[in-house]
Design a protein. Structure first.
Length: 211
């Protein structure tokens, strides 16, 4: 059932966050889950809020990363999309009569306790710190899926090693398709996600062309 395996991912989509996002998506796919992101479709005519609401309603699990909500420099504005979407998702969970089962959340911040200093309504809600470390993201997502989704997953070190193997396979494949190395590393998230699924389905080959 899609609801039971879909995971709504609410996070930044900028270049600096990309290593964390990719590690998160890989861990989800590796564990047999189906990540759902607002960027998975590029149709400009689609209402973004309606799309996000539909993704959140259709997923039992959600990962919300609030680590980029602060302004990066003096004069910049705070980034409010992530806490806004978390609030909407919490509302969906509270009005859960129409959902097949209760939604489960994993919430990230950069450093411990920083989010609750500015978002006191999260009191009572566990928030995990990742310190901008992709290995920590894999570890926290892995533990969340093991406990909350009952996924039969290996240890975080094994998943991290598989992630490194996938990255090499992915780059080899994209170079063989005619991409420059720099361009291959900046392909759309939806394309990278599709390749993760293919790599797992192929039996996690060590290199491109080898099964």
């Amino acid at each position: 059932m899609p609801f039971e395996t879909d995971v709504f991912v609410n996070c930044p989509f900028d270049h600096d966050y990309a290593p964390l996002l990719e590690a998160m998506l890989f861990c989800l796919v590796h564990s047999g889950m189906n990540p759902r992101l607002a960027t998975e479709r590029l149709e400009n005519g689609e209402n973004r809020l309606e799309k996000i609401y539909g993704l959140a309603c259709g997923a039992k699990y959600s990962v919300h990363d609030l680590s980029r909500c602060q302004a990066a420099a003096a004069g910049d504005y705070a980034r409010m999309n992530m806490p806004f979407e978390l609030g909407m998702d919490l509302g969906i969970r509270r009005a859960a009569e129409h959902l097949p089962s209760e939604k489960k959340f994993l919430i990230f911040e950069r450093h411990p306790y920083e989010t609750k200093q500015v978002l006191s309504d999260l009191a009572g809600q566990d928030v995990e710190a990742h310190h901008d470390n992709f290995e920590t993201v894999i570890d926290k997502v892995r533990n969340f899926l093991r406990v909350e989704a009952g996924c039969n997953v290996p240890g975080a070190a094994r998943i991290t090693a598989d992630y490194v193997t996938f990255q090499g396979w992915f780059l080899e494949k994209k170079l063989s398709e005619g991409h420059a190395e720099k361009a291959a590393l900046r392909l759309p998230t939806s394309e990278r996600l599709a390749e993760m699924r293919d790599w797992v389905a192929m039996g996690k080959p060590d290199s491109f062309g080898r099964r």
